[in-house]
Design a protein around this ligand. Structure first.
Ligand SMILES: [Zn+2]
Length: 214
């Protein structure tokens, strides 16, 4: 059974969304997300955003990002916000979901979503924050993509799956060498559904955000 990996930096992933930076090559038969990570904001950011926009119309690009906010970004918050808005604009223009990297700044992210009212899906990737924050994000229509790193705190992981319905979830490995099976298996136990049912649910979730993987 193939388990879809929603967000990975592993260029050889066969069944998932490979995250690339603007300017990297696309390989036939694979699907990608493209955007400017908040860590990678430098003096060339405008050019990188233009490159992202040039790629955004391609079928192989199924999502925009990862984009967002991080206290470790070399850019100040206002610049991160400007750059995030540009990613939102591209995501809306090309009807591609937005993959969001967010460390701290969740309140600001929610405020932006309320202000912009995007038509496209906003997916928080690598979520490991507080349950109360997850609850706020859920109320505002965010999707979540989580990796095995969530399981470091089992208790919190159980609360998380108790809160987040199966139609708002995706699974990923990000830049780790985790086996995607582990987080799928944990979630299927939490949701009290079989792995087969969970896989079908993830396919429906992908379709609901405009991604068809066959
Ligand atoms: Zn990533």
């Amino acid at each position: 059974m193939k388990l879809f990996n929603f967000h990975t930096h592993n260029k050889s992933e066969e069944y998932g969304i490979i995250n690339i930076s603007p300017g990297e090559y696309l390989i036939e038969g694979k699907i990608y997300s493209c955007g400017l990570h908040p860590w990678d904001i430098d003096n060339d950011y405008q050019e990188k955003i233009e490159k992202t926009e040039q790629l955004a119309g391609k079928n192989k690009i199924v999502a925009i990002g990862e984009a967002g906010f991080d206290s470790k970004s070399p850019a100040d918050f206002n610049l991160q916000k400007d750059i995030f808005r540009k990613h939102v604009g591209i995501s809306e223009k090309y009807n591609k979901a937005l993959i969001i990297h967010c460390v701290k700044y969740y309140n600001e992210l929610i405020a932006l979503k309320k202000e912009i009212k995007p038509a496209g899906a906003w997916v928080i990737h690598g979520f490991r924050g507080k349950i109360q924050i997850a609850s706020e994000l859920l109320k505002h229509g965010f999707y979540f993509s989580v990796s095995e790193s969530l399981l470091i705190d089992r208790n919190k992981a159980e609360q998380f799956f108790n809160l987040i319905p199966a139609d708002k979830i995706f699974f990923e490995t990000d830049d780790s060498d985790y086996m995607i099976e582990n987080i799928y298996n944990f979630a299927s136990v939490q949701y009290k559904i079989s792995l087969e049912e969970l896989v079908l649910q993830i396919n429906r979730n992908l379709e609901s955000i405009g991604i068809w993987v066959g």
